[in-house]
Design a protein around this ligand. Structure first.
Ligand code: GLN
Length: 308
């Protein structure tokens, strides 16, 4: 299969539609991004890279970071993580608070904001706040095989200044005893992890271990066990797109994680890691053109986990 032709075809088919959707504006720094940008990169498990569009332009990975921070937390705390975070789709918005009261401060899954905030709290069990951020950046540079990755401080500051909802979620969980560290420290880690800037090329490289049974197929090093990679993929499939997860499975059929920066990381197990980016979001806060691009990709490649 000519994967370069596939990505070129997708980019040109969507070129007229660039700018569709609505850029996230509740984080003021994200509202400044040019909505007409689009990028796609496929990195295959045998190390080939195919890109089209703005694949060298860094964007804010936002909630896609939740996959990687969960991986770090599982490495530190193992299965005890699941005492404090669930594994069920929420069916609610990424920043929803409603289920937290019924479920006594235990977030439904690690990919909604409340869950990711608890994951940061777990990582803070092993590190001081600055060290936790440093460890995360090191991990991401290692996975992306690129020492140039950096956090966009303007985005982190912008979100800190406007993060009342996340502060509320954190305090609410603290009232149930499910947050052990200082709220400001936990949110400091959370906002910085979300503000990491990456290109689709770097992101697809960083996600490759999830397509290759937990080992980096290029360096040969193990990142997580095969069963852990499989389970992270399962969570991405069921919870990676908030209340749009069912629709994403229906149309695309791959484990995927979106972010409000307009990026999506998708995993085709045994085949490839794919990153797409287009800042305009659909109604549930997932990249509009990014989702369409991935749907075209699975149609053309037959890579859906549900069959060709
Ligand atoms: N940093 C964002 C927030 O907390 C992440 C949300 C997202 O990407 N869906 O609101």
């Amino acid at each position: 299969m000519d994967l370069q032709a596939v990505v070129d075809d997708i980019a040109s088919a969507l070129s007229e539609r660039r700018g569709e959707g609505k850029v996230a504006d509740y984080i003021p720094q994200l509202a400044k991004v040019d909505p007409k940008q689009f990028a796609i990169t496929i990195t295959t498990v045998d190390g080939q890279v195919f890109s089209a569009g703005d694949a060298e332009t860094p964007f804010s990975i936002q909630s896609i970071s939740k996959v990687f921070m969960l991986t770090l937390a599982l490495g530190q705390a193992g299965e005890t993580v699941w005492k404090r975070v669930g594994r069920e789709p929420s069916g609610t918005a990424f920043n929803s608070i409603v289920q937290l009261e019924q479920e006594h401060g235990i977030p439904r899954n690690p990919f909604i904001n409340a869950g990711a905030i608890v994951i940061c709290d777990i990582v803070l069990g092993s590190y001081k706040p600055k060290e936790a951020i440093g460890e995360y950046v090191r991990f991401m540079r290692y996975l992306a095989d690129d020492d140039m990755l950096t956090i966009d401080r303007a985005v982190a500051m912008s979100e800190t200044a406007t993060g009342s909802r996340n502060t509320a979620l954190a305090n609410f969980m603290r009232s149930f005893g499910n947050l052990h560290h200082d709220v400001a420290h936990v949110l400091g880690v959370y906002f910085h992890q979300c503000a990491l800037a990456m290109t689709t090329r770097q992101l697809s490289r960083a996600g490759l271990f999830l397509a290759a049974q937990g080992a980096d197929p290029i360096s040969g090093y193990s990142v997580v066990s095969a069963s852990r990679a499989r389970r992270i993929n399962a969570l991405m499939l069921t919870c990676g797109h908030y209340d749009g997860s069912g629709d994403f499975a229906f149309h695309v059929g791959l484990p995927g994680k979106s972010g409000v920066g307009g990026g999506i990381l998708a995993v085709a197990p045994g085949k490839a890691s794919i990153a797409v980016w287009s800042p305009g979001l659909n109604k549930v806060g997932n990249s509009a053109l990014g989702t369409l691009a991935l749907e075209m990709l699975t149609n053309q490649t037959g890579w859906s986990v549900f069959g060709a």
